[in-house]
Write a protein that binds this ligand. Structure first.
Ligand SMILES: Nc1ncnc2c1ncn2[C@@H]1O[C@H](COP(=O)(O)OP(=O)(O)OC[C@H]2O[C@@H]([n+]3cccc(C(=O)O)c3)[C@H](O)[C@@H]2O)[C@@H](O)[C@H]1O
Ligand SMILES: Nc1ncnc2c1ncn2[C@@H]1O[C@H](COP(=O)(O)OP(=O)(O)OP(=O)(O)O)[C@@H](O)[C@H]1O
Ligand SMILES: NC(=O)CC[C@H](N)C(=O)O
Length: 639
């Protein structure tokens, strides 16, 4: 039998988009001679519909829309993820359709309730072994713990999280021997290196439960924060039959394989290992796709970025350039432009390759009289990304040159203006009001913050005028300790790297300079991270203000990923050979926890950020913490 999975780029309650992708997948599958097709979890409504799953009308609308899929299933068996609401309870189900009929709804038994998943808020888990009936416009179908048969092949279900439970409780343990095939429609969020875990999960399931296992994940940045990698896996008795390229820019990614169910396949002795995932490359692809989906789903025209020439903003600029490069290489220029929605088809907004010059007229300070012609990708970047350097007396030539060279090398529009006048204006006003001078000795933080804040209105104005999203550049390490000015450098509509730690940011930039060929990054890769908010002679660096970033990351992970107490964190660090004495480590641990507690309110106010690493510190996503708390005072005093 030819079986297939299709990854779909869906959007919550975008019925038109979601049905179109479902139809495309079914048509492609039929054209390829596929007999059984698995589509991802909740693909009809979108997985991330949040509290809409609790309404009566939305699941009802889903059932109504499911009727449109029926005629498309003539001659094929198709699995479609859909919520079903019965007696004021919503179930997360996989509908099985064939030849225009609905055969039934298999319901999810184990709900995802960790990290970025909050399913028990919306769904009720189905009880193994039970079934009920769904009534709809005079028809009735079975719902619950069901198995099906198609052309002699018996199949049952695990729906995403069902497969992430121990082997002796998950649905597969009750299906073994009763089915030939287990189908798994998933909405499994992307995190760096996670594909390896998923691969082992699927391969082991096929081996341990003596079956063929068909797995299909959602694709793309569905609803803002979480990106799905569109993984399709087919395995049989521990052997891999199919695995696709992840994180495609396409709307539909169909993969099929032939399985001879009539012939037994020998059980694999062991699971063949995959090469270790390349996290730098994974992050690049995920970030590019997440930005592309975000900008088009937000119906925006591109991005505006306050580019300091430092690590975080340089990474954000390269991410947009990579969004273009990766998207164009997969979709081609015309399809990339069409899908982005950021180009007016009536106008030829991007000049042809080699024509050059057009976008440079907008640059305030062209660095040569005869600018080098831009490549087609650079012209696209020029259309989609506008950057501005906003210097003060505390800014250095190094960061200005870094910002300017990078922007020009990727083709972004680049502006340069100073903000000293605005800073002096505000400082003068407050000095007048208070009747005293503000000085670095008495008003250090306030004088730092006003500079960061004064950068916000101008760049916001530019974003509004251009109808663009304003990127804010905060990383996870800064978010943990509140090393940012609220409504200053945190101002913005999207925060792409708030889930990534600063040490990773710095390493990624060095990798990108050579591996992705961004020579414009050579300046930033030679710089120490600095806020440049104090007078230059102060030689401010992030790590002098805080602590070494590697240590900050380690404390953060031990405290909030491993969930250790302050004392356990300290004891662990002492055994890890950090090069610091216990007393110094205790100072860092105390600093981390007090800054962490004091700054929860800032994390509550960050712009929406992407989940990219195995955890993040966003309270609306992975990690909840009280805004007001005792701040670990007792625990820290005892260190
Ligand atoms: N629980 C709570 N709920 C609501 N508000 C709370 C609060 N606790 C304090 N606040 C208020 O927060 C305000 C202070 O916060 P905020 O004004 O943001 O500033 P603040 O946290 O005092 O200082 C900003 C820090 O970030 C660093 N920074 C800033 C900008 C850029 C960079 C860089 O790396 O480039 C670094 C800077 O060096 C400084 O260490 C105060 O007005 C305080 O009253
Ligand atoms: N001179 C500047 N021009 C434009 N934007 C700036 C300037 N200084 C700071 N910013 C904005 O404030 C953000 C926060 O500064 P921060 O120093 O944390 O990041 P960075 O400069 O990108 O990286 P690093 O911390 O590694 O130097 C910057 O990413 C940038 O968006
Ligand atoms: N949708 C789900 O059930 C996802 C949960 C699962 N643990 C995953 O991360 O893939």
């Amino acid at each position: 039998m030819r079986i297939a999975g299709a990854a779909l780029n869906q959007t919550p309650i975008d019925w038109e988009n979601n049905l179109r992708n479902i139809r495309t997948a079914i048509e492609q599958a039929k054209a390829a001679g596929v007999e059984l097709l698995c589509l991802p979890e909740l693909c009809l409504t979108g997985y991330g519909c949040e509290d809409l799953f609790l309404s009566d009308w939305m699941p009802a609308a889903a059932l109504t829309h499911l009727q449109q899929v029926r005629p498309w299933t003539e001659g094929i068996c198709v699995v479609v993820g859909v919520p079903v609401r019965l007696n004021h309870r919503t179930y997360n189900t996989a509908a099985v359709l064939r030849d225009g009929q609905i055969l039934g709804f298999a319901a999810k038994q184990f709900l995802a309730n960790d990290g970025v998943h909050y399913e028990p808020r919306f769904f009720v888990p189905w009880v193994a072994g039970e079934t009920t009936t769904v009534e709809f416009e005079g028809e009735s179908w079975a719902l619950g713990d069901l198995t099906f048969e198609h052309r002699g092949v018996r199949f049952g279900f695990e729906i995403c999280e069902d497969a992430w439970r121990p082997d002796d409780v998950r649905p597969a343990c009750r299906l073994t021997g009763r089915v030939d095939l287990i189908v798994n429609p998933s909405a499994s969020h992307f995190a760096m290196s996670k594909t390896d875990v998923r691969y082992k999960l699927v391969l082991n399931a096929s081996r341990n439960f003596n079956c063929t296992y068909l797995y299909a994940n959602l694709l793309g940045n569905e609803a803002g924060r979480i990106t799905y990698d569109g993984e399709i896996l087919v395995a049989r008795n521990g052997h891999l039959l199919k695995r696709n390229q992840l994180l495609s820019f396409k709307e539909v990614d169909l993969e099929w394989v032939d399985v001879d169910f009539a012939t037994e396949q020998e059980r694999a002795e062991e699971i063949a290992a995959l090469p270790a995932p390349d996290e730098y490359r994974e992050l690049n692809q995920a970030l590019g796709l997440a930005l592309f989906d975000y900008v088009r789903k937000a119906r925006s025209k591109g991005f505006v970025l306050s580019l300091s020439g430092g690590a975080d903003s340089c990474l954000c600029a390269v991410a947009v350039a990579e969004m273009v490069r990766l998207g164009v290489s997969e979709l081609g220029v015309e399809e990339f432009k069409r899908r982005s929605g950021a180009f007016d088809p009536a106008k030829n907004e991007v000049v042809q390759a080699g024509a050059g010059g057009a976008a440079l007229q907008e640059v305030q300070e062209p660095n040569t009289e005869n600018p080098i012609p831009k490549t087609e990708n650079q012209q696209l970047v020029g259309h989609l990304l506008t950057c501005a350097y906003q210097g003060t007396v505390n800014s250095s030539d190094d960061t200005y040159i870094s910002a300017k060279d990078l922007a020009e090398s990727i083709g972004a529009r680049f502006f340069n203006w100073g903000i000293d006048e605005e800073v002096s204006g505000y400082v003068g006003k407050i000095q007048g009001a208070l009747g005293r001078e503000l000085s670095w000795k008495t008003d250090d933080l306030a004088l730092q913050n006003i500079q960061a804040r004064v950068r916000a209105p101008g760049i916001w104005l530019l974003a509004n005028v251009l109808n663009c999203l304003l990127i804010t550049t905060s990383n996870r390490s800064e978010a943990s300790v509140g090393y940012c000015t609220m409504d200053g450098d945190t101002a913005g509509s999207i925060s792409p790297i708030a889930g990534v730690d600063k040490d990773f940011v710095k390493k990624w930039l060095r990798w990108a300079e050579t591996e992705l060929n961004y020579p414009g990054l050579r300046h930033v890769n030679a710089l120490q991270p600095t806020a440049e908010l104090r007078p230059l002679e102060d030689k401010q660096t992030d790590e002098r203000d805080l602590m070494p970033y590697t240590l900050l990351n380690r404390i953060e992970r031990l405290a909030f990923y491993d969930r250790l107490s302050p004392r356990q964190v300290l004891d662990t660090l002492v055994t890890e050979g950090t090069g610091f004495e216990r007393e110094q480590l205790a100072t860092f641990v105390r600093r981390f926890y007090s800054l962490w507690s004091r700054n929860q309110w800032k994390r509550e106010r960050y712009a929406p950020s992407f989940h990219l690493d195995d955890y993040n510190v966003d309270p609306r996503s992975w990690l909840r913490f009280p805004i007001l708390s005792g701040g670990f005072q007792e625990e820290l005093a005892g260190l």
